[in-house]
Design a binder for this molecule. Structure first.
Ligand SMILES: Nc1nc2c(ncn2[C@@H]2O[C@H](COP(=O)(O)OP(=O)(O)OP(=O)(O)O)[C@@H](O)[C@H]2O)c(=O)[nH]1
Ligand SMILES: [Mg+2]
Length: 351
């Protein structure tokens, strides 16, 4: 049996068509629809209860809780099927795609995502800025969380999964992007993405607000913490500081004790600090990941350092040009360089 979980908030006008199309798409399957409504002011729950006479359906009206992710989690708890499908009520997620998701699951996938961003998928009628925010948010998520690097649309609200992926898994109900939470914490091995066209909202209003962008970043931070990526970031910073000590110390030694030219001595001093950082990052920060042979790790680490330096210098020059104080400009450069080097090393050197 398939359980279709539909979180709703003020979606009264969309239910009739939604259920009709779901029932048509799943004609030959056994299914149930679980509507989780947060006591919508437009009485969506009432409309759903009315339609429950026609379709196999369970309507949950929550009066003391509000939130998309927690509604979906509640749906999981109520579902009796072996396959769960999660979708929006506003018809942006065409029910006709459900059979394709189910087929992917039956063919061995643990999670099947209806994806806007694989070949054949698209978003209709979005302003360029909304596309940009969506793409940017996904890109940030993919570099921040290497586990989901291969997934094109890890924040889709339309997906199917096997019950066992989330059963017994403690999901955090905060936020709008429950799929992200599942992809990090769920128990699965195979994910596939099925292209679909994310259409226009059929009727009713969007619940998406600017606040969600900040929420999303907070969600990413929590997931990075959960994944141990924040620990890595801290270790990487400590190693970076040790590199400064090595760099300054060896520069001092070369100049004062060996009498080398100051203009030249800085080069081997820097190289020594790079080697120092490489060793500690390899043995400590990224000790659990060693996929590439050591000479490639070493090469990539140098490339990361070089890229970081170029980024630092570019930001510095740009900010100088904009009239920013040179010390502050440099600080921004250093900050950006740090982020770039971390991400480069995390995703490529030890990727
Ligand atoms: N139960 C419940 N459902 C919600 C809540 N917020 C949103 N939803 C539902 O979740 C789905 C997605 O919300 P939308 O407002 O359509 O978000 P969106 O698709 O990203 O934004 P639009 O493109 O503007 O529609 C819809 O079915 C909403 O009714 C909530 O707090 N509780
Ligand atoms: Mg919508």
């Amino acid at each position: 049996m398939i359980s279709i979980i539909v979180p709703t908030y003020n979606e009264r006008e969309n239910l009739e068509e939604l259920f009709e199309r779901i029932a048509k798409a799943l004609e030959r399957k056994e299914f149930e629809i679980i509507v989780v409504d947060d006591d919508s002011p437009d009485r969506t729950w009432e409309k759903a209860e009315e339609l429950a006479k026609e379709y196999p359906m369970k309507v949950i009206r929550r009066t003391n809780e509000r939130g998309l992710s927690s509604a979906v989690i509640r749906g999981f708890e109520e579902a009796r099927g072996e396959i769960f499908v999660v979708m929006d009520a506003d018809l942006q997620h065409p029910p006709e795609v459900i059979p394709e998701l189910i087929k992917a699951i039956e063919n061995g996938a643990d999670i099947a995502i209806a994806s806007r961003y694989v070949r054949g998928g698209k978003v209709e009628n979005w302003y360029w800025w909304r596309k940009l925010i969506s793409r940017g948010a996904i890109m940030i998520g993919r570099v921040a969380l290497p586990k989901i690097r291969g997934i094109r649309d890890p924040v889709s609200g339309f997906f199917a999964l096997k019950r066992k992926v989330v059963e017994g898994v403690e999901l955090n109900p905060v936020g709008f992007k429950i799929l992200l939470e599942i992809l990090i914490k769920g128990r699965y091995s195979k994910v596939v993405e099925i292209p679909f066209t994310f259409g226009l909202r059929s009727s009713g209003e969007s619940k998406l607000s600017n606040k969600q962008i900040l929420n999303y970043l907070r969600h990413l931070y929590r997931l990075m913490k959960w994944e141990g990526e924040i620990d890595r970031l801290v270790k990487f910073s400590i190693v970076g500081l040790s590199g400064i000590v090595v760099n300054e110390g060896s520069l001092l030694g070369f100049v004062e004790f060996l009498g080398w030219d100051k203009r030249i001595a800085v080069i081997p001093a820097t190289e020594l600090s790079i080697l120092n950082n490489f060793i500690w990052n390899d043995l400590w920060t990224f000790k659990d990941i060693k996929k590439k042979p050591i000479h490639l790790r070493l090469l990539n680490f140098h490339l990361a350092a070089l890229t970081g330096a170029l980024v630092q210098w570019s930001i510095y020059l740009i900010l100088l040009y904009l009239g920013v104080n040179y010390l502050i400009a440099n600080l921004f450069g250093i900050g950006f360089s740090f982020v770039v080097r971390f991400l480069f090393n995390r995703n490529i050197t030890w990727g």
